[in-house]
Design a protein around this ligand. Structure first.
Ligand code: 5GP
Length: 335
């Protein structure tokens, strides 16, 4: 595993980035430090680093599964992710579903209004300038950090990510109000979703109570900041139970496996269809047959990292859908 502990090559407001012995791989260490209002407000949130690293791992994995390429490789400790080295495009890509934060301030409108359509906006990632809002022309013709093609691609990925996040979080009783994404390009020039995906860069509200469960608790001194982060970790884990494999398992080098699942009624369970066929065979002269059972065979192909992972996933599929464990046995053949 490519891990080398040295001095960080980059130290951000909440993360340190370290080189590894693979020049294309970095190690991101998530700290507990918290800043707001362009680092004018500073503090610590107990265990924030662990929570943000873990939530990020789950959400990057969710994106990957839905076809959005990211810089995430794997979570290697509670606070650390291995990530692909990327050249960050200096844009903050903000997606909004509900009015909040700087949008309300800028336009003088109330917090909490559902926007007619999700909004994607770009800010310049520059602390000294206070991350100013940009127009396309500023990006293309003044800063020259992205062209129309890249901006269209980023916009479409941001909107796709928004749909994925909204669907995932509403399943665990959370509204995705808004969030900030960053993108970068890897050594092959491929565009990847980067940075982190956590309550530091998302606004999350409880769907029933509208309670804020994100960094606004720190920004606005609402109290119970740590509790809100822990609650979000709990909800993300709850939502991820239904995802097929855990983030730490996958390594992006998946293989296609052929799977055959055989489902049969248990021996001591009444199988009227089996009995009828056994009887019919007997009347045709096949008298030596006994314990005939009729079941089903399910065949499919699956992408996974190893036969062990396939076994784990297919076992779960059998227990949840393909077989009824109370009355049926199943066996799995993997090629
Ligand atoms: P707003 O523009 O309303 O302040 O922020 C919109 C969304 O983007 C919020 O979810 C906020 O957390 C996130 N966001 C905006 N700027 C930054 C930033 O500089 N750092 C982080 N971590 N998140 C940001």
């Amino acid at each position: 595993m490519p891990v080398v502990s040295t001095k960080p090559v980059y130290s951000g407001k909440a993360k340190d980035l370290f080189e590894t012995d693979d020049p294309s791989v970095m190690r991101a260490y998530f700290r507990d430090s918290a800043t707001a209002f362009n680092a004018q407000k500073k503090g610590e949130i107990h265990d924030k680093g662990k929570v943000n690293a873990t939530i990020s791992a789950y959400l990057f994995e969710l994106c990957e599964k839905s076809g959005i390429k990211t810089h995430f490789i794997k979570q290697i400790s509670e606070n650390e992710l291995l990530i692909k080295k990327v050249k960050i495009i200096p844009l903050e890509v903000i997606v909004r579903n509900i009015t909040a934060g700087s949008l309300c301030k800028r336009l003088g409108i109330k917090e909490g209004k559902i926007l007619k359509n999700p909004i994607v906006e770009f800010s310049y990632k520059d602390d000294a300038l206070g991350d100013p809002l940009l127009t396309r022309a500023y990006i293309k013709d003044a800063l020259e950090v992205a062209d129309d093609k890249i901006l269209d691609e980023i916009t479409s990925l941001a909107l796709k990510a928004n749909e994925i996040f909204k669907e995932f979080f509403i399943g665990v009783g959370i509204k995705v109000v808004d969030f900030k994404l960053e993108f970068g390009t890897d050594k092959n020039g491929e565009l990847l979703l980067a940075d982190e995906l956590s309550p530091d860069n998302f606004r999350f509200w409880d769907a029933k109570t509208n309670e804020k469960l994100d960094k606004d608790r720190f920004r606005q001194d609402l109290g119970n900041v740590e509790g809100a982060y822990q609650e979000m970790l709990k909800r993300v884990k709850e939502g991820s139970k239904s995802l097929i494999a855990s983030p730490s398992v996958r390594n992006n080098k998946s293989t296609k496996y052929s799977v055959k699942v055989q489902v049969l009624p248990k021996k001591d369970i009444l199988d009227p269809q089996g009995q009828a066929v056994e009887k019919a065979l007997s009347s045709l002269g096949y008298k030596d047959i006994s314990e005939l059972r009729i079941g089903k065979e399910v065949v499919f192909k699956i992408d996974a990292d190893s036969p062990a992972e396939v076994k784990k996933i297919v076992n779960e599929m059998c227990e949840r859908l393909l077989a009824n464990p109370v009355i049926e046995d199943f066996s799995i053949e993997i090629k």
